[in-house]
Design a protein around this ligand. Sequence first.
Ligand SMILES: [Fe+2]
Length: 459
Amino acid sequence: MPQSLIPRQPVPALDVATLSGSRLTLVAGEASTFTLLVFYRGYHCPLCRTYLSELNRLHEEFATRGVVIKVLSSDTEKRAHRADAEWSLDHLDLGYGLDEASARSWGLYISTGRGSDLDRCRRTGTLFRTGCFPYPPRPDALLGQYPDHAFCQTALQRYARRHTLRSSQGLPGTRRSLMQASALQGAGLGFRRELIESLKSGVPKEIEFFELAPENWAGMGGKSARDLRYFTERYPFVCHGLSLSLGGIAPLDETLLRRIKAFMAEHDISLYTEHLSWCADDSHLYDLLPIPLSEKAVKWTVDRIKRAQDILGMRIGIENASYYVAPPGAEMSEAEFISRIVREADCLLHLDVNNIYVNSQNFGFDPLAFMDALPLERTCYIHVTGHYVEPDGLLIDTHGAEVIDPVWSLLETAYQHVGNIPTCLERDFNIPDLDALSAEVGVIARLQSGISPHQQKVA
Ligand SMILES: [Fe+2]
């Protein structure tokens, strides 16, 4: 049962009753038209009310673009009728009674319930978070997914706006441009201020999305805010956090999480990942340090990830980190530690293939065996980058050099295991010009198309 749906892979089957007396049915891997499938939380949720009302209002606009909207939840028939009547959803035929197994197969985040949420869980059964899944009419169906979409209150307008903007840039065909504009897929690049002017002159075709650190952008005003808005309206973005300190002993920074949640909603960003490390004690240490590989640390970190997910209302991705000193007293392997945390926290895996390579060389283990032991079925996102080799042979994960061949090979192997997961080129130092960066992003894109590093060199 997939925990995270993968773009271009078939979607799971679905069969629920709708208020019109028919059934909302999907057969796995089949779809007859371009469909936007929206899971909402339920009648109790004011955000869903706003969101579905907007969807109802935009119904015709989507229809003229050939998009069918399907909406469903775990609500009972009675609650779905109340939502339909009180929210005036005359263009939407609400599906109801979604069961937990189906929700899980679609990768929906399931809240553990706190406070008033818990009361609602008792009244309505399990509380599913929202999701939004556009998919084109092909057997390789899924286009993308937008967890907790209702929090993006103007997301539908941006969805249409991105489409319109990119269509007017001369991209071919309505459906193709809609796909390109909305889905997190393919190869991406770290979004850096140094690159903005070059990017404004034209984003190379190899770059399909951008990644940013929310700590560096949230709350910015003036030109920085305008520049960011220009790009988030046109391209998908990923938030990759730097300072949440998931394994740290200082209290979890819930203020930061709420700031990130608002930032993601403001810019219609649907994926947040963080390092499996710690970086704060009484104050920030400005480095990402390894967590002791102990039972106690598993439980501690799992609880913090669960809390972070409940605040954000979505699963987050956890990145395997690089490190230079192994913490003493290990009670399990690093791969087992990561697997335990990912499964017990019900979160996703953000795979960094360069970090695996750097650690494998510094500590003398087989990178392929290590990767194989990770919970790869939970992979939501991949990083690839270059590193620096010290005179004594120690590898330092600097993000300041070109990717080397063994790391490209590791990425190729990763794709063989997990499919074409969205992959970002990280480059934070010694930043070359956009042409050089897009050439490296192009290597990612060709690997995703099944062209090996060796074939790329021959070509
Ligand atoms: Fe990374």
